[in-house]
Design a protein around this ligand. Structure first.
Ligand SMILES: C[S@@+](CC[C@H](N)C(=O)[O-])C[C@H]1O[C@@H](n2cnc3c(N)ncnc32)[C@H](O)[C@@H]1O
Length: 499
């Protein structure tokens, strides 16, 4: 993610303060008549965290778990509704395009606001938005192929296609609004779509969510303390930043009279609170002065983080891997396909094990032992050996189909880091011949004479996205390796329960 210059930050924080954004635990009735010069300083400050999200929010004092650390009033939230209510032309045009989704409407409304330049009241906020993003739909063919796993490649291609369709459908409306030509391009659409995907927060009245100035400076921490990918149900996003699905967990809200701290039992760390008409952010744990205060946007695998936010975590307790199953396996069980996975620590999920145990049972016995498989117990030692060997074999096959090994990916990443750190030309001397083919395409790109700053930035983006793809496939392969080790350990004693 490429962020705007820091120089406008002060103006932005002042602008936000004037709208009532505050990190001070005061009640609504106490909002000062003359806003302070910054909306931050009491609990938080903007800081830079190179290895955990770049620009983010740091605690300026010790903060207790459950304390309110930021409030963003409704007037400061950018929503389709707030934009169209101040723009008659937009409002009239939108009436003619009722079939567009909420996300498309917000994307067009956002681009329409950007078209206005300095005239819009949102200008200080718009200047703070990143100029470009790295989510899957902005990956080119090279980066997509670098993911190596079919499922991930399919996810990336689908993401690109989805954005293309959304953009095509919205072009007539954008034309009617006379957007600047450069804001009607697919590139501009990708920017708007990524802004929405990675920065909007849930609100009850619009499934596209809202853009929340300053609140969108919180970087992400996985909700590791929550039970992840609960064994009997598919994984889900429990605390979504931008979740658009109905029925999601909601902040219970509270009375204005209540003190804004010590909500030890609070289930989520951010939410819109009707009673005070503000988006409120609470500390999820205790923080020491200087620590980065993080938000849990939801429970995501690394591929989902890449798809929606354009980053991944090197230690993601919610990451999972899938191995291809035979078509008849899916019909054997009632669990959804997504629940048949391998945990980050290499253990097969409950549903995956049960399904393979049943599949490895002779057809005539399946009915009589179904209840054993469904209760999570091994059916017999012989069956267990078949199951574990099958998993090992399939993990190996998946790893074997990749054009690079784990060791080669590690070497490749070292080299990519060197290029990024020292901006040197690519030297793949250390990388084995087996993975030379892949870098050669990037190498070709790098060797071209770079005349302008724009081209240099483009190269940096390409290298960064390539690195993300290699990091992703490496973490996926490590899960498969963990699974092989786990199964081999179990095979040494198949009489033990696998749970
Ligand atoms: C809501 S914004 C957070 C603030 C953002 N860093 C900024 O400067 O505006 C979400 C984006 O921040 C980045 N990000 C958040 N958490 C991260 C993390 N733990 N590691 C790497 N990047 C992260 C990703 O680019 C993500 O799309």
């Amino acid at each position: 993610m490429e962020v705007q210059d820091e120089s406008d930050l002060e103006t932005f924080l002042q602008w936000a303060a004037a709208l009532g954004v505050s990190d001070s635990p005061i009640k609504k009735s106490e909002v000062p008549t003359f806003p302070p010069s910054s909306c931050l300083g009491h609990s938080l400050s903007v800081s830079h965290f190179p290895v955990a999200g770049g620009r983010g929010l740091a605690a300026v004092r010790d903060v207790m778990k459950g304390e309110l650390v930021l409030r963003v009033p409704k007037e400061a939230l950018m929503t389709s509704e707030s934009l169209r209510s101040k723009d008659q032309k937009l409002s009239a045009a939108l009436c003619k395009y009722q079939k567009l989704s909420s996300n498309q409407v917000l994307a067009v409304s956002l681009l329409n606001e950007v078209t206005k330049g300095k005239v819009t009241r949102w200008y200080p906020y718009l200047k703070q938005l990143p100029r470009s993003y790295d989510k899957l739909s902005s990956f080119g063919q090279l980066e997509i192929e670098a993911l190596q796993m079919d499922d991930a490649i399919w996810t990336a291609e689908r993401a690109v296609e989805k954005d293309k369709i959304d953009w095509r459908e919205a072009t007539a409306l954008m034309g009617e609004l006379n957007l600047k030509p450069q804001l009607m391009t697919f590139k501009a659409w990708l920017w708007a779509s990524a802004t929405i995907s990675s920065r909007t927060m849930h609100i009850p009245w619009d499934s596209a969510g809202c853009l929340c100035p300053v609140g969108d400076f919180f970087n992400y921490a996985a909700p590791a303390e929550e039970p992840y990918h609960s064994e009997n149900k598919p994984h889900q996003n429990v605390f979504p930043l931008h979740d658009t699905s109905p029925g999601k967990v909601q902040n219970a809200g509270k009375s204005v009279e209540e003190p804004f701290y010590a909500h030890e039992q609070r289930l989520i760390d951010a939410g819109y609170e009707e009673e005070i008409a503000a988006y409120c952010f609470y500390a999820r744990r205790n923080y020491r002065k200087g620590d980065q205060v993080l938000l849990s946007y939801g429970t995501y695998t690394n591929l989902e983080l890449l798809e929606h936010y354009g980053f991944l975590l090197h230690e993601n307790p919610n990451d999972i891997a899938f191995i291809p199953l035979e078509p008849n396996m899916y019909s054997l069980c009632s669990w959804p396909k997504e629940s048949l996975y391998i945990h980050q620590d290499g253990k097969p999920s409950f549903a995956l094990l049960a399904t393979i145990r049943l599949w490895a049972t002779p057809v005539t016995y399946r009915r009589s032992v179904g209840h054993i498989a469904y209760s999570g117990h091994q059916i017999s030692a012989e069956n267990e050996v078949t199951v574990l060997e099958w998993i090992v074999q399939n993990c190996r096959a998946l790893l074997g189909n990749c054009s690079t090994s784990i060791e080669e990916d590690e070497l490749l990443l070292n080299t990519i880091h060197k290029i990024q750190d020292y901006n040197t030309s690519i030297d793949f001397g250390d990388v084995s011949r087996a993975c030379i083919i892949e870098p050669s395409a990037f190498l070709e790109m790098n060797d071209r004479k770079l005349r302008s700053q724009v081209q240099i930035c483009r190269k940096a983006r390409l290298i960064h996205r390539w690195k993300l793809a290699v990091e992703w496939r490496l973490s996926y392969k490590r899960i498969l390796c963990e699974c092989i080790s786990h199964c081999n350990e179990r095979l040494e004693n198949p009489f033990l329960n696998v749970s």
